[in-house]
Design a protein around this ligand. Structure first.
Ligand SMILES: Nc1nc2c(c(=O)[nH]1)N[C@H]1C(S)=C(S)[C@@H](COP(=O)(O)O)O[C@H]1N2
Ligand SMILES: [Mo]
Length: 224
């Protein structure tokens, strides 16, 4: 019989001891999420490190005193939150990438706010609700299917990277739906209407796609 070390009771080999040390000190851990860049960047997008500002050119200043979020339509419990009421809802954090239809993407944005799932749970949509229509303080509108709005990482955000959202990026609160092009993520959010029928918003009536999935390059309305 060959003289093998008993894996259970035998003396640890040098390599075993070394590997055990690595485990104790967490050697080789980068803290990064291993995801090939090629899989992370949707087709036709390029990466930016800054955070561009895109809107209709009118950036409303909405004070916390004046701010309200009205949620209504096909729901059991229509609710209008004021600022203290909104901040009293469960607070969540969500890390996600931004993909703008104008081809820039920005990785790893840390948002804090109220998850759309918690909002949905609070107002209790009726069975006929299939879409949400969003309206903002600058007059902007956009629409999305309820399942997209209810995505696990979708959030009504008041903070970015630990600081309150600036007015140019949609503060006091904006929607963030990371898996769709960023035009669906309404800044200066004011109203959420639960609807049975789809109701195209500002860009959707100007040639942009009704859903806007960056992975399928749903940029524009399909031509017949
Ligand atoms: N209220 C409002 N929300 C909006 C817009 C807008 O004009 N008004 N523009 C949309 C578009 S086209 C994009 S790309 C993102 C830009 O958000 P940012 O300026 O924070 O980068 O906001 C989206 N949400
Ligand atoms: Mo955009």
């Amino acid at each position: 019989m060959a003289d093998e070390t008993d894996p259970v009771s035998g003396e640890a080999t040098k390599l075993t001891r070394t590997k055990q040390l690595w485990a104790e000190e967490g050697r080789f851990l980068t803290g990064r999420i291993a995801r090939p860049e090629a899989d992370r960047l949707p087709p036709g997008q390029h990466l930016v490190r800054n955070w561009p500002v895109l809107d209709l050119g009118l950036q409303p200043e909405v004070s916390h005193e004046r701010w309200r979020l009205k949620v209504f339509g096909a729901v059991e419990k229509p609710t209008t939150w004021d600022w203290p009421g909104f901040r009293a809802l469960p607070q969540r954090q969500s890390m996600s990438d931004i993909h703008c239809v104008t081809t820039w993407s920005r990785y790893d944005n840390r948002w804090n706010g109220v998850s759309t799932r918690d909002l949905i749970a609070a107002v209790r949509p009726r069975p006929e609700a299939r879409f949400v229509a969003l309206a903002s303080y600058d007059g902007y509108t956009t629409n999305l299917p309820l399942e997209d709005f209810a995505a696990e990482d979708a959030i009504v955000a008041h903070s970015w990277e630990g600081r309150p959202l600036t007015a140019e990026h949609g503060g006091p609160v904006r929607l963030v739906v990371p898996h769709l092009y960023f035009w669906k993520s309404a800044k200066w959010l004011r109203e959420i209407a639960f609807m049975h029928d789809d109701q195209p918003g500002f860009w959707e009536i100007r040639g942009y796609h009704e859903r806007g999935d960056p992975w399928r390059e749903q940029r524009y309305l399909d031509e017949p």
